[in-house]
Design a protein around this ligand. Structure first.
Ligand code: FAD
Ligand code: SIN
Length: 539
């Protein structure tokens, strides 16, 4: 079966749905999403969305904070436009019905602060910000007559006019849609489109411990790379400093907003340790806090450190803490921890991919008619380390910019000629593939891959560890290629194949950067080398 639309959007988080709503004003839109429509990192965002609003704040300050966190690699023009367009995008979310918290007395927005921010500029809905945004977007999309959303549909590979293996560089390439697996029926369909948008989110599942949901398997990055697009800066995986340490908690995030509101990182003896590492203490940029915790854990031989937001430490009453952080409070209670009376055990975990599909200021990749927006893209905003709460912002800003560019593109295309090309797109051919008899093999290989990445490509790296990872990944990669050619595709195999590609790209980028900068810390090259490495790693 073939499906055709003006625009194909892959992914239904803040980036994909914001874009779909805008593109639906001038074209037909298909959104495919591999799980439920509201599943993705957006739904779990806690802290909020950063944007300048308060009179005491300024664009210059937000730009400066973003650049300081980004350790010299942010693209100034991208930072400026993102920060300056932020307030309009936040207003659009409010217009869609997102109720950001307001101060009950003044009626002003109750802005919070997180690591690396000089001012209070983070809009939030208590600690359910992502859920509030995703719910509003899903509601708007479901009412739109020009949008058709397909749940449980996983994109497998992009369709282009040139076979990627024949042309490694993406010059002259055009994207024409994607092959998509209907996970319920097992059929693989052609989804043709004049413009295709990757909004597939991050790749945290490449690591053993991650704050990310299961769908974060780097599919967009892997598909774009296989198709011949440029990808960049994959060595910069951000580790969030504070995920709950509990055998059953699956790396539940303890928002940075707790530190913004007075929470302090302490060791098992109760001693606060962050001032030793940075003048901003527990509110220092994320890369610094994550490395400090890693170092304390290793030095003390401890399993974790603790985040103390009890009234004595933070100055907030227990009632105020429960009111402000209901989600985190409830989750902690589930695991027997009362954050109003005791510190929360925390460890770092893989959280956010700063690199991704290389795009320009309109979200366009190096393949014509292929856009990448949200976490799957590398726009130049985050540089070597993302500033907290700049991700939802980037998703909204680049969805808007990509939609504007798409409108121009569609106006210039010749529909008749297009139609011929799209009708000729080949159906998926499964060759001699057979159903996989032991799916458990996929789980085993996946675990091996994620453990390799955690052990050898983690918060602190060495050349030797990276080389070890490369050797192991080579082996895993061969095994997965064999599965791919031998067995009929299923969702787990698609994800495993993408994770191997992304893991390999992370290691290649990390080996190429012979310095330490932002999120990439290598003990063999512990210095900053602006002469050779103040640039993106592009592969
Ligand atoms: P996502 O919201 O992750 O959506 C990706 C979509 O793509 C999903 O629908 C997924 O199912 C779909 N998909 C993936 N692969 C395929 C495929 N092959 N075929 C079809 N569909 C596919 N950022 C902030 O700015 N502020 C915060 O407070 C904040 N808190 C966070 C808390 C947590 C726990 C996490 C994990 C992240 C947080 N982040 C935060 C980061 C932020 O949430 C994400 O970067 C952002 O939501 C990404 O949005 P997105 O639209 O790019 O991707
Ligand atoms: C958090 O709430 O700590 C996450 C914020 C972010 O990732 O930007």
């Amino acid at each position: 079966m073939k499906f055709d639309s003006d625009v194909l959007v892959i992914g239904s988080g803040i980036a994909g749905l914001s874009y779909a709503l805008k593109a639906a004003r001038f074209g037909t839109v298909h959104v495919v999403t591999k799980n439920r429509q509201d599943e993705g990192a957006t739904r779990y965002a806690q802290g909020g969305i950063a944007s300048v609003f308060s009179k005491s704040d300024s664009f210059a300050s937000h730009i400066n904070d973003t650049e300081v966190a980004g350790a010299g690699l942010c693209h100034r023009n991208i930072v400026e436009l993102t920060v300056q367009e932020g307030p309009a995008r936040v207003q659009e979310l409010v217009d869609l019905g997102v109720a950001f918290d307001k101060d009950t007395t003044s009626g002003e927005y109750d802005l919070t602060i997180e690591g690396g921010h000089e001012h209070r500029r983070v809009f939030h809905s208590r600690d359910f910000t992502g859920e509030a945004i995703e719910t509003a977007l899903v509601a708007a999309v479901s009412k739109h007559p020009n949008i058709r959303l397909f749940e449980n549909h996983a994109a497998v590979d992009l369709l282009t006019n040139v076979r990627p293996q024949k042309l490694r560089r993406s010059d002259g390439m055009r994207c024409q849609g994607a092959y998509v697996l209907n996970s319920t029926s097992g059929a693989i369909h052609v989804f043709s489109a004049r413009v295709t948008v990757l909004a597939t989110g991050g790749a945290g599942k490449v690591y053993l411990y991650t704050s990310n949901p299961d769908v974060a398997t780097g599919d967009g990055i892997a598909m774009a790379y296989r198709a011949g697009a440029r990808v960049a800066n994959l060595e910069f995986m951000q580790f969030h400093p504070t995920c709950m340490y509990h055998p059953r908690a699956k790396s539940f995030l303890i928002s940075e907003a707790l530190r913004g509101e007075g929470g302090e990182l302490i060791d098992a003896s109760g001693a606060a340790f962050m001032q030793k590492y940075h003048s901003m203490g527990s509110c220092a940029p994320r890369d610094i806090v994550a490395r400090a915790i890693d170092s304390e854990i290793k030095r003390q031989g401890a399993d974790c450190v603790y985040l103390d937001i009890t009234p004595k430490r933070s100055g907030h009453t227990a009632a105020a803490l429960k009111e402000r952080f209901p989600n985190i409070y409830a989750k902690c209670r589930e695991y027997g921890i009362d954050l109003t009376t005791e510190p929360i055990p925390v460890v770092p975990a893989a959280h956010y991919m700063c690199g991704g599909v290389l795009t320009d200021e309109h979200g366009e990749s190096t393949i014509e008619n292929l856009f990448a927006i949200g976490e799957t893209a590398c726009t130049g905003l985050h540089g070597a380390n993302r500033l907290a709460s700049n991700s939802l912002l980037e998703g909204a800003v680049f969805a808007h910019r990509a939609a504007l560019r798409t409108e121009e593109r569609l106006r210039r295309m010749k529909p008749k000629l297009d139609l011929k090309i799209y009708e000729a797109l080949p159906d998926w051919d499964s060759g001699k593939a057979v159903p996989m008899e032991e799916r458990i093999n996929i789980a085993h290989t996946w675990r091996e891959l994620r453990t390799t990445m955690w052990n050898y490509v983690g918060i602190v790296r060495t050349n030797r560890r990276l080389e070890k990872a490369r050797t192991r990944l080579d082996y895993i990669s061969h095994e997965v290629q064999e599965y791919y050619w031998s067995y009929l595709l299923n969702p787990e195999l698609i994800e495993l194949r993408n994770l191997v590609t992304v893991a390999d790209l992370i290691v290649r980028c990390a080996l190429a950067r012979k310095e330490s900068r932002g999120l990439h810390a290598n003990l063999d090259t512990p210095y900053l080398d602006d002469t050779y490495f103040k640039r993106d790693t592009i592969v």
